[in-house]
Design a protein. Structure first.
Length: 475
């Protein structure tokens, strides 16, 4: 049984016990989770044989390990620690991680699950930074969080810790992805920071809670850092730094790569300087990052005609809610981590959590220029443009005119762009499923959109929206 935001305690405890069996790596665990597809209770009741997914020998060992008393004990530990177990079918599981190569079979989470729906940028770097690197990491993370972006990093000493601490004070928040279980935060010197993030941000791991950190886990963990983010910022790191591993994962996953330049005589700057040589965007301040996600054109889905739910919401805004459906104030919207409640429509991040504000700093609101719902044009243009132009103002210079300009575009193209707007990149089979149309029709539509500049094809047969066609998701 899978609950709205995570697996049941019984299921989560069983997956924990399975994941720590010798020889039961994450790939076999993923095969088991995919095979069960929400039928874990039936499996635990003895009604499903796991041998087709894990082999006969492991299936027998699994049955011996998953005794009712062992599951109950593990479930109590999860509940006491406040750990939620997320499988890919859970609503709270980050959609971006479903699409990466080698996705996690399970995530162990502690903290605010709502942060998984925020737009995110990863900030990574060396464990032994210079004062310049610390200052740069703090400034970038603080600016990103102030603009509503969640900062993702690995809780390591140095750049990671500086980025987490700065982002934690802003409305965007921070997510720490560990290279071990949640019972063993690493390094021990960051234990206080770990507790602060678990309380006010979110800590994640794909490893069982009692798994001790291991040097092999950290490179594997890095794919989740980049997978959760729209882009990766490398602040400092030598030529073989783990930060460069994260940048390599970002490129494979179709994410953007940014780098902070440094002195040519400093080994700590060798990594980011070389990334800039190879095409990463040079970052001199937070605006250089935010500019990539604040295009002057509108959301492509809105250019092509609003989706049905957007039209219904706009009608409700004009005419009021239907009879018997009172409208709740934004402050009463529930956080997924607290129980029932809905996340943002279509995978968009939910409204800013009032609890994310730190003392002395007000919580983000819909009036924040970086988080406004209607952020389709610069404020100066919004004030002076007629109502009809606010929604359909043409791109600057007439570049990339929207398909079928002047009337609603074909529904198939709208469905494809809606799917691509919700994920960094999607393979053809996922787009066919999202569109609900024959593969030949989907390919033809993608070709039309690619010729018009609205879709970009990536290596490996995946598709994405160009950076200048993306906009910062609505909170």
């Amino acid at each position: 049984m899978v609950e709205r935001h995570g697996a049941s305690l019984r299921t989560g405890a069983a997956l924990w016990l399975a994941g720590r069996l010798p020889g039961f790596g994450r790939r076999r665990l993923r095969a088991l989770v995919e095979g069960l597809r929400g039928r874990c209770d039936a499996f635990l009741d003895g009604n499903i044989d796991p041998a087709p997914w894990v082999g006969r020998e492991l299936a027998e060992r699994l049955r011996a390990e998953l005794r009712p008393e062992a599951i109950a004990a593990a479930a109590r530990k999860l509940k006491t620690a406040g750990i939620v177990v997320l499988t890919p079918e859970a609503d709270a599981f980050p959609p971006a991680l479903r699409e990466i190569p080698d996705p996690p079979a399970v995530l162990y989470a502690r903290g605010r699950l709502s942060l998984l729906r925020r737009p995110a940028i990863a900030v990574v770097g060396t464990r032994a930074p210079s004062p310049y690197g610390i200052r740069a990491a703090r400034a970038l993370a603080e600016g990103l969080s102030a603009a509503g972006w969640c900062v993702v990093s690995g809780l390591a000493a140095g750049i990671d810790a500086a980025a987490h601490a700065a982002a934690l004070e802003g409305p965007g928040g921070t997510i720490a992805v560990l290279g071990g279980g949640l019972f063993y935060p690493y390094p021990p010197s960051n234990a206080a920071l770990f507790r602060a993030i678990a309380e006010r941000g979110l800590v994640l791991s794909e490893y069982p809670p009692d798994a001790r950190p291991h040097r092999a886990y950290f490179p594997e963990r890095n794919r989740l850092l980049s997978g959760l983010a729209r882009g990766v910022v490398v602040v400092e790191g030598h030529g073989r730094s783990g930060a460069l591993i994260t940048a390599a994962w970002a490129l494979e996953q179709g994410r953007d790569v940014f780098a902070v330049p440094g002195p040519i005589f400093s080994p700590k700057s060798d990594g980011p300087n070389r990334l800039i040589q190879e095409g990463a965007k040079l970052v001199l301040g937070v605006d250089d990052i935010l500019a990539e996600y604040r295009p002057v054109v509108a959301d492509p889905v809105l250019w092509l005609g609003e989706a049905k739910e957007d039209r219904e919401e706009a009608k409700e805004d004009r005419e009021g809610p239907p009879d018997g459906a009172p409208r709740l104030p934004a402050s009463e919207t529930e956080d997924p981590a607290a129980g029932s409640g809905a996340s943002g429509r279509g995978g968009a991040p939910p409204a800013a959590d009032p609890h994310s504000a730190s003392p002395g700093r007000p919580a983000a609101s819909a009036e924040d220029p970086a988080l406004r719902k209607d952020d389709r044009a610069p404020p100066s243009e919004e004030r002076h443009a007629p109502p009809s132009e606010e929604r359909h103002a043409p791109p600057e210079g007439g570049r990339h005119a929207p398909p079928e300009e002047g009337r609603e575009a074909p529904a198939l193209e709208r469905r494809l762009l809606t799917a691509l707007a919700a994920a960094p990149a999607l393979p053809m089979d996922a787009l066919v499923a999202a569109a609900g149309a024959p593969a030949a029709d989907v390919l033809a539509a993608l070709t039309r959109l690619e010729l018009r500049g609205w879709v970009r094809r990536l290596p490996g047969g995946r598709y994405t929206l160009p950076i200048d066609k993306r906009r910062m998701p609505r909170p």
